[in-house]
Design a binder for this molecule. Structure first.
Ligand SMILES: Cc1ncc(COP(=O)(O)O)c(C=O)c1O
Length: 415
C-alpha cells in the first residue's frame, strides 16, 4: 500500500503522483525554518547586501571545516573554477586536462579563459579521471589539471598530484559535488593548488540560489583571487588587473551558515541510504558491486558482465554520496532492444520515482568543443554516458521510499 510518505507533488512529466522525488529540499529546509527566517531577517536589518561579515563568517567556517588557510566566497561553483584559472594566469595558448565525463562547468571555464580543454577518459571503478590516460595527454602547453570528485567520491589524488609534480602543473580540484568528502585523511579541495565547491541547491550543502567557494593554502594566489573577485580593484576604482564580479551574496552566506553545521549529518544520512541500497540491490540477480575493478588496476577491463553495477566505494576515500549512480550495463543479458538505462529510467518515472542521467554526453562529444578531424575516443566515458543513472539518495529519504525504489528496480529486472 502506498502510504503518506510515498505521496507528494508531481515533479515528473506526465506523472500525477511523484512517490519518491530525486531530491526533497522543502523538507530539509522546513526543519530549519526558524533559524533560516532569523538569518534572512538579520541580513535585511543589516542593510548590507554585498559582501560583509556574513560572507567572511561563512568563509571562516568553510576553511575550518576542510582545514585550509584561505576560503573565498564566490557567486557559484562555476565562478570558483573560472577564478582559479584566472588567478593562475591560464589563457590563450595553454592547455588544461580535465575528465570528459563531468558537468559542463569544468570544461566550459577552461574554454572561457581562452585555453584549450584536453579531455581524459574516466576510471571504470570510481567514474573519476583516469590519471594514466591523463598522463598521455600532457604536452609542453599543459598548465594545469582539473580532477573532478564526481558524485561525492574523491578522484585518485595521489596519482593526480604525482603527475602534476612531474610536469609542474597546477591542480584545481573541482569539488563542486564533494564538500566534506575525504581522501587518505585529507579533505577534498585542499590537496591541489586550488579547490572549488558549489552550493547549488542539489549539493550536500545546498543554498537558496547560486553560490560557491574557492579554497587554497597559497597566500599569494588567495590574495590575487580575492582581487579578481571584485574586478581586480584595490583600492576601490583602482584596478590592478582585469577581474569580474564573482562575489557571493551575504543573503546566501547567512542562510548557508544555518545549514553548514548540519552538513555532516546530511552526508551521514546519504551514506546510510547508499549502504542500504548496496546491501539490498546486490542480492538481486544480475546486480553486483563493481568492486572487481579498482582505479589502481587501470586497463583491467570491466569484468562485470551482469545487468546493473553498483557504485564502487574505495577504502581510502570518504564518499559523501551527492549521487547514488548505477551503471545499467549495455552489455548485460537484456531482452530489450532499447537502451536498458533509458528503459529503467522510464520504468522508474512511470512508477513515480525521480532519477537523472548525470551525464548523457561526455564533453569531448559536445558540439561546442568540436575540433577539426575525428573526436578522440574515450571509451569508458562514452559507456558511462550511456549507462549512468542516479537514483534518490537524499538525506530525508525514508526506508519505505527506498523499499519502493528497490521493489520497482526488481520488477524491472524480472520483466
Ligand atoms: C562537477 C561540477 N563542477 C562544477 C559545477 C558548477 O557549480 P555551479 O552550479 O554552482 O556553478 C557543478 C554543478 O553542478 C558540478 O557538478
Amino acid at each position: 500500500m502506498v502510504s503518506r510518505l510515498l505521496s507528494g507533488e508531481s515533479e515528473l512529466p506526465g506523472v500525477q503522483d511523484t512517490k519518491v522525488p530525486l531530491l526533497n529540499l522543502k523538507e530539509q529546509n522546513a526543519a530549519l525554518r526558524t533559524e533560516l527566517d532569523a538569518a534572512y531577517a538579520r541580513v535585511m536589518q543589516s542593510g548590507q547586501f554585498i559582501m560583509g561579515p556574513e560572507v567572511t563568517e561563512l568563509e571562516t567556517a568553510c576553511a575550518q571545516l576542510v582545514q585550509v588557510k584561505h576560503a573565498i566566497g564566490v557567486s557559484s561553483g562555476t565562478d570558483a573554477i573560472l577564478l582559479a584559472l584566472m588567478a593562475l594566469g591560464i589563457g590563450s595558448g595553454d592547455e588544461v586536462i580535465c575528465p570528459s565525463f563531468t558537468f559542463f562547468a569544468t570544461a566550459g571555464c577552461i574554454a572561457r579563459v581562452g585555453a584549450k580543454p584536453v579531455f581524459a577518459d574516466s576510471c571504470e571503478a570510481c567514474f573519476n579521471i583516469d590519471v594514466a590516460n591523463a598522463a598521455t595527454k600532457v604536452t609542453r602547453r599543459t598548465k594545469a589539471i582539473i580532477p573532478v570528485h564526481l558524485f561525492g567520491q574523491a578522484a585518485q589524488m595521489d596519482e593526480v598530484m604525482a603527475l602534476a609534480e612531474r610536469y609542474s602543473l597546477a591542480v584545481i580540484e573541482d569539488a563542486a559535488q564533494a564538500l566534506g568528502a575525504g581522501y587518505n585523511g585529507h579533505s577534498v579541495g585542499t590537496m591541489g593548488t586550488f579547490g572549488t565547491y558549489s552550493f547549488f541547491p542539489s549539493k550536500n550543502l545546498g543554498g537558496f540560489g547560486d553560490a560557491g567557494m574557492l579554497v587554497t593554502n597559497d597566500d599569494q594566489l588567495a590574495e590575487k583571487a580575492r582581487l579578481l573577485r571584485t574586478h581586480g580593484a584595490k583600492p576601490k576604482y583602482f584596478h590592478k588587473m582585469v577581474g569580474a564580479n564573482f562575489r557571493m551574496d551575504p543573503i546566501q552566506a547567512a542562510l548557508l551558515r544555518v545549514k553548514l553545521p548540519h552538513l555532516r549529518e546530511y552526508s551521514a544520512k546519504r551514506a546510510a541510504n547508499a549502504a542500504y541500497y548496496q546491501q539490498r540491490l546486490c542480492a538481486l540477480p544480475g546486480v553486483a558491486l563493481s568492486d572487481g575493478h579498482h582505479c589502481n588496476k587501470r586497463n583491467a577491463p570491466n569484468q562485470f558482465r551482469g545487468k546493473v553495477a553498483l557504485p564502487t566505494v574505495h577504502g581510502d576515500r570518504c564518499h559523501i554520496w551527492n549521487q547514488y549512480t548505477l551503471r545499467v550495463q549495455k552489455t548485460g543479458d537484456w531482452k530489450r532492444p532499447e537502451s536498458p538505462r533509458d528503459a529503467l529510467r522510464n520504468h522508474l518515472g512511470n512508477k513515480g520515482i525521480g532519477s537523472e542521467i548525470y551525464y548523457p554526453r561526455p564533453m569531448h562529444m559536445q558540439e561546442c568543443f568540436a575540433q577539426p578531424g575525428p573526436n578522440p575516443i574515450l571509451p569508458i566515458c562514452e559507456n558511462l554516458a550511456d549507462e549512468a543513472l542516479s537514483i534518490p539518495v537524499f538525506p530525508e529519504l525514508q526506508r519505505e521510499q527506498q523499499d519502493y525504489v528497490l521493489e520497482t528496480i526488481k520488477e524491472f529486472l524480472n520483466g
